[in-house]
Design a protein around this ligand. Structure first.
Ligand code: ZN
Length: 277
C-alpha cells in the first residue's frame, strides 16, 4: 500500500523544518542556483494533496501543494526493491526532498501553470522543457546534498557524496516511476544528462576533487540518427555552454542505453554510459 497524503505531510513538515534550520546556519554553503529555491521554500506553506490529478504541484497564494500521487509512484518502485536497503522512513525523506525541491525550482523558474507548460511546448519546443527539468533536477540534488551535509565538518566531501546519492536515487527510483520512453526524446535527453552528471561526480570523488563544479546541470542532445551527441552545461542561472561533443557514436548502442534509462538498473546504466562517452 502506498502512503496516505497525511503521512507524506509529516515527512514534508520535517524536511521544511530541516531546510529552515540549515538556512539560518549554513546558507553560505548553498550553491547559487539553489539559494533562490531555498528562499522561496521558506516563504511558502507546503502541503501534500491527493487531489491534484495529473499536476505535480499547484501554487495558490503562499500555499504550495505537491502531489501525493507523484510521491507514491516513487514509493511503489522503492517498495518493489526493498527501499534499496534504506529504512522506509529514510527512503520517503529522500523521495520527498527530491520531488519537493524539483517543484520549488519550477516556481523559481516561473514555470507554474499547466497552460504555460503547454504554451512552452508549442513555442520553444519540448527540448526547452527538458532543459528546464534537468536544471530543476540539479537544484533538487544540490539542495538535498546541502541539507544532508550542512551540519557535517567536512562539508564539501559530504556534499559530493550526497549529490551523487541523489542522482543515483533519481536513476534507480524516479526514472522508473515516471517512465522515459525512447520516443520522448526530451525526456531521455534529460535522463541521460543526470546519468552523465553522476559519472562526472563519481570521477571528482575518485580524485578527491571536491572543490570542482561537478554539481552543474548537463543536458544531452542527440542527432536524429543518434550518431552524434552534444552535451551542454548550465552554470548557475541558465547560461548554456558547450560541455562536449561526441561524433563517433554507434546508434544501436546509444539506443540500448536510452531504452534502459527508466529501468532502475543504475549499475548497468552507468556502466553502459561510461563506455559511450
Ligand atoms: Zn519538472
Amino acid at each position: 500500500m502506498a502512503l496516505q497524503y497525511f503521512e507524506w505531510q509529516t515527512v514534508a513538515d520535517k524536511i521544511v523544518a530541516e531546510v529552515t534550520q540549515n538556512r539560518e546556519s549554513a546558507i553560505a554553503l548553498l550553491p547559487n542556483g539553489a539559494k533562490r529555491a531555498a528562499g522561496i521554500l521558506s516563504t511558502l506553506e507546503v502541503s501534500v494533496s491527493d487531489a491534484l490529478n495529473d499536476a505535480g504541484f499547484r501554487l495558490h497564494d503562499n500555499r504550495l501543494e505537491i502531489s501525493a500521487g507523484g510521491l507514491n509512484l516513487i514509493y511503489e518502485v522503492g517498495k518493489q526493491n526493498d527501499f534499496g536497503g534504506l529504512a522506509e522512513e529514510e527512503f520517503c525523506k529522500v523521495a520527498l526532498q527530491l520531488y519537493l525541491f524539483h517543484e520549488i525550482h519550477h516556481v523559481a523558474q516561473g514555470l507554474i501553470e499547466f497552460e504555460d507548460v503547454q504554451a512552452l511546448k508549442r513555442t520553444a519546443g519540448p527540448d526547452k522543457l527538458g532543459e528546464l527539468d534537468v536544471i530543476a533536477d540539479t537544484v533538487a540534488a544540490q539542495l538535498f546534498a546541502w541539507n544532508f551535509a550542512a551540519t557535517q565538518e567536512d562539508f564539501r566531501r559530504q556534499y559530493a557524496a550526497g549529490f551523487l546519492a541523489a542522482l543515483h536515487f533519481m536513476v534507480e527510483y524516479c526514472f522508473p516511476a515516471f517512465g522515459f520512453p525512447l520516443e520522448k526524446r526530451h525526456k531521455v535527453q534529460r535522463a541521460l544528462g543526470i546519468v552523465l552528471m553522476a559519472i562526472i561526480t563519481e570521477r571528482a570523488i575518485d580524485r578527491r576533487d571536491y572543490e570542482s563544479d561537478f554539481d552543474i546541470a548537463l543536458y544531452a542532445s542527440f542527432s536524429q540518427n543518434f550518431s552524434e551527441l552534444a552535451v551542454l552545461s548550465y552554470g548557475g542561472n541558465p547560461s548554456p555552454a558547450m560541455h562536449s561533443v561526441v561524433r563517433t557514436m554507434k546508434p544501436q548502442s546509444v539506443k540500448a542505453v536510452l531504452r534502459l534509462l527508466d529501468s532502475g538498473q543504475v549499475g548497468e546504466i552507468l556502466a553502459m554510459t561510461r563506455a559511450l562517452v
